[in-house]
Ligand binder design. Sequence first.
Ligand code: TXA
Ligand code: MG
Length: 318
Amino acid sequence: MNKGTEIARAKEVLIDGGLVAIPTETVYGLAGNAFSQVAIDLIYATKKRPKYNPLIVHIKEVAYLDQIATNIPQKAYQLAHEFWPGSLTLVLEKKANIPAIVTAGKSTVGIRVPNHPLTLKLLSDLDFPLAAPSANPFGYISPTTAEHVEKMLKGQISYVLDGGDCPAGVESTIIGFEDGEPILYRHGAIPLEEIEERIGKIKVVNKENVTPSAPGMLSQHYSPTTPFVLTGDVHLELAKYKNKKIGVIVLKLNRPIAKEHLVLELSKSANIEEAAKNLFAAMHQLDEAHLDVIIAQRMPESGVGVAINDRLERAAKK
Ligand code: TXA
Ligand code: MG
């Protein structure tokens, strides 16, 4: 099938109330008609996602924002214009046309314009926006290829729109507002400092104070089935194990590691954006390798490294 036919097929399924896995620049999403109670129910059921965790609504362009959100702060418009299409989700007061189930009963809705040509074309062909969480079973590693989605949700969704590897590789940065002032809910593909350059200092939600109803912040998430350890010193950690099958994730291999271990470098040039792109694929690969443990190296805490460390911490959380 050519891409036009594939988009037409995806469109048909979505109009019917079915689910389609869609490519975005961050990760693949599990998409359904955001105005359809039936489609949204199906998303929660397929993902086995608890109903208290709201979904992001994907729209085709900035101009659509006013169709589904209201009382939009000036700084939100500014961010939308600066970063959309792109890896920024804005949490705004919802309009009544967004069903309560999309937002888990909250008065706010998460919204973004994804930056992927196939999904942008699909959105522009539809007369409704797409609610889509990441296309993985709840709590497991996010998908950055169509193959990841097929492996995890095979037979459970009507169609996977294959848009190749996701170039950013970690989920969107999420920003909400309190009294018109921005607040960061989730570190993501766009580094906080890049957003602060545009609109000034942003408050960060304190991880320790967050209840499950304040979402995006569940402490255990992105978790492989294999025991997963995060460390500042891979060699020190490796020395703790004897006769174990071990997988290792490093940014770049600076010191040799014994040949019997399965070592994955996220970027040979220690480029942190490339590392983000390769992160979830490395986690999927190692989780399939029947290992006793996966040891991941903490990344430099700057730029998108902050979001990578956030995902690694949650993966390692017991
Ligand atoms: O990059 C992304 O954001 C990907 C792609 C598919 O767009 N989507 C994604 O969705 O990561 P999901 O469902 O895996 O994560 C969305 C996060 C959840 O943690 C959810 O709690 C939070 O966004 N969220 C959604 N609506 C919210 C709201 N009204 N208030 C606070 N957090 C919200
Ligand atoms: Mg997710």
